[in-house]
Design a protein. Structure first.
Length: 284
């Protein structure tokens, strides 16, 4: 079974837990160097991924976006500014999507963007209005729902496999829904849920447990994992964040590339668009 490999294309200063503690002055930009590590790995392994691009990265580094597209990876949207949905009204979100579309047309005019991932997995029932805006702006799929509530984000009670969320309640499926949702991967067993979708969870959980959970998921549905370029880059700055924020952001960064390589060895991956097409969920 094919599974979706995704890269959230953002720099080290974009995460929500970091942005509130950034130093004043000009920030060091590392996105080109960190992303090249991932591109080189994927090229050697002949694996294609979906890159959820922050629009301001495309504005500042158009050659990087061209290189990603030239290597056959899917380009998708991760917002224009990496602002979570709960910090925006519908009109502001619509304006961000329109600016993103304008930016990407200027950089890669032949590429059609059909996928979206909300920064900080900020799609929930408070922000379900975003589903209508995404449909209006021509998107076909979303990958923003984290089907397990934690202190920052997530939604309890959502389906764990790709589904079409209701515009009235994102925990309910609507077969007539225009947008298909590929939720973050969670293994459920005996009333427990284990998030094994990437990021902090891939870095912090015992790797044997992550691999086991993904093997169990793949027996009945495709899974998705996500990685940030700053998680595989040895020179990512370490800020003096509060303890919990520092732990979530930086813990075990040194192991992330090794764990990603091991997953590429153990499973078959493709862009999210291809996986959704394979299971018959993508309407175009």
């Amino acid at each position: 079974m094919l599974n979706a490999l995704t890269i959230d294309l953002e720099d080290w200063y974009h995460p929500e837990l970091v942005r509130c503690s950034l130093p004043s002055g000009e920030l060091e930009v590392q996105i080109e160097h960190s992303t090249r590590l991932l591109l080189n790995l994927l090229r050697r392994r002949e694996v294609k991924a979906t890159f959820f691009v922050v629009g301001e990265i495309a504005q500042r580094h158009p050659r990087l976006i061209e290189a990603i597209a030239a290597q056959g990876h899917e380009l998708a949207c991760h917002g224009m500014s990496h602002k979570p949905l709960w910090q925006m009204a519908p009109d502001e979100f619509r304006a961000e999507l329109q600016e993103f579309a304008t930016t990407m047309r200027a950089v890669v005019p032949a590429v059609k963007i059909i996928g979206f991932r909300a920064p900080t997995f900020s799609l929930d029932n408070r922000t379900r209005w975003a589903l209508g805006v995404l449909t209006e702006c021509g998107y076909y799929y979303d990958s923003s729902i984290f089907p397990l509530k934690n202190p920052v984000y997530g939604v309890n009670g959502c389906p764990l496999m790709p589904y079409r969320p209701s515009s009235e309640d994102v925990t309910s499926a609507d077969r007539e829904g225009a947008l298909v949702e590929f939720p973050m991967s969670v293994w459920a067993w005996a009333g427990m849920k284990v998030p094994v979708c990437g990021g902090f969870y891939l870095r912090a959980l015992p790797f044997g447990l992550v691999r086991f959970c993904l093997q169990q998921i793949s027996q009945c549905r495709p899974f998705t994992i996500y990685v940030h370029p700053w998680e595989v880059y040895p020179n990512t700055p370490r800020l003096a964040l509060p303890f919990l924020s520092r732990f979530v952001t930086y813990y075990n960064i040194g192991a992330m590339m090794h764990r990603l390589v091991a997953l590429l060895d153990a499973f078959s991956f493709a862009p999210m668009r291809v996986v959704l097409e394979e299971i018959g969920e993508l309407r175009k």
